[in-house]
Design a protein around this ligand. Structure first.
Ligand SMILES: Cc1ncc(COP(=O)(O)O)c(C=O)c1O
Length: 355
């Protein structure tokens, strides 16, 4: 535990902060001044340090570029109402990273390295955590294979880089989604439950086609004749039918979202009936026809919740009731944001305060 409590910091000589207009942020546009770097070699993680954010030297033969051993996480830090900084659900993100690393034959990362690395990096770049309403610091831990070899093999060397950048509030613009009936994001026995880079590259094509048809995202399915819904883009999905909130159960073809889990916990706390069960395109169509489908929304770290306004199913468009302030999607978003900012008690101990 003691090994990672004081990670050496090499400070940036000139901060880029003056170049940033915190009132005009864009997702992914600005990077904070520093990054954490640790390398894995000789069977252990070593040389963890915080250094100025910038280019990293690499040979074209590093295995990640050829054979795809590259995984990541996406998480956030918030400026709380008392001015302190909190990082949301470190343990839950760590557990998912561990499962992903395991699935991709990559080495475990000690929890202390992950937690202390995050805390010390965020502390070093504390001024980058926005205090504008709804803005936050997005944090991206990335692990990839760095062994230099031409042949196909599991790498013996890796790099962990944790980087961050301020991101703006998410203004919910209701999404048009297309139930995908041709392409698949994840196959049974595949890597769908892992947060590995290849899953995203493989998903681009169907998303691009859906965008050309006028949709914002695809709703992935299992491609069975019933089209069981899985998830959407970079979000898990929820449907409110007859007052019950339904989300597909976790499986090896769905990424276990931290936001999904947080929503399920909050629903239990608030007495909102939830069901983790499979839901088909047919059930959505019928619930819409009978007037019981009142809401659908995506849930993920970037947006928290994102309302869905229409769903394309095999050439037919289903329009959902208009999203409003009183939508469940909005209520859940507000509760979660209030917890992250310390405006509501952190009853689940989800916040790690960076002192
Ligand atoms: C494929 C996919 N599904 C779901 C999610 C939602 O996960 P989380 O709530 O942990 O951000 C994400 C985002 O990370 C994702 O990339």
């Amino acid at each position: 535990m003691t090994r990672y409590t004081e990670i050496p910091v090499l400070k940036n000589s000139g901060s880029s902060l003056p170049k940033v207009d915190f009132n005009q942020l864009e997702f992914g546009k600005y990077m904070s001044d520093h990054m954490l770097v640790a390398r894995y070699a000789d069977g252990r993680w070593q040389d963890a340090e915080i250094v100025p954010f910038g280019p990293i030297p690499m040979m074209p033969t590093i295995l990640a570029l050829h054979y795809g051993q590259s995984v990541f996480e996406g998480m956030k830090a918030f400026r709380m109402k008392d001015g302190k900084i909190s990082i949301f659900r470190i343990r839950k993100h760590y557990e998912r990273l561990q499962r992903t690393l395991h699935r991709m034959c990559m080495p475990d990362i000690p929890f202390e390295l992950f937690e202390e690395g995050l805390k010390q990096l965020v502390k070093t770049d504390a001024q980058w955590v926005p205090d504008q309403e709804g803005s936050s610091l997005y944090i991206r831990p990335l692990v990839f294979a760095t062994e230099e070899r031409f042949g196909v093999k599991i790498s013996d060397e890796y790099l962990l880089i944790i980087m961050s950048g301020p991101v703006p509030p998410f203004y919910p613009r209701p999404l048009r989604v297309k139930v995908e009936d041709r392409y698949s994001r994840a196959a049974k026995g595949g890597t769908g439950a892992a947060k590995c880079a290849g899953n995203y590259g493989g998903a681009f094509y169907a998303s691009k086609l859906a965008k050309e048809e006028g949709f914002d995202q695809v709703l992935w399915t299992d491609l069975s004749p019933e089209l069981r819904i899985e998830e959407s883009g970079t979000m898990n999905v929820f449907f409110l039918i007859g007052g019950r909130l339904i989300t597909p159960p976790l499986s090896e073809t769905i990424l276990e979202g931290v936001t999904r889990d947080s929503i399920l916990e909050i629903c239990k706390m608030e007495g909102i009936p939830v069901e983790e069960r499979s839901i088909t395109a047919g059930e959505i169509t019928e619930a819409h026809a009978s007037g019981t489908l009142t809401e659908a929304f995506g849930a993920g770290t970037a947006a928290v919740t994102a309302p869905i306004c229409s769903i394309g199913i095999r050439g037919r468009i289903i329009d959902l009731p208009a999203y409003s302030e009183s939508s469940l999607c909005n209520r859940l978003q507000k509760i979660m944001n209030a917890m992250k900012k310390g405006e509501q008690p952190d009853v689940f101990s989800w916040n790690t305060i960076v002192s």
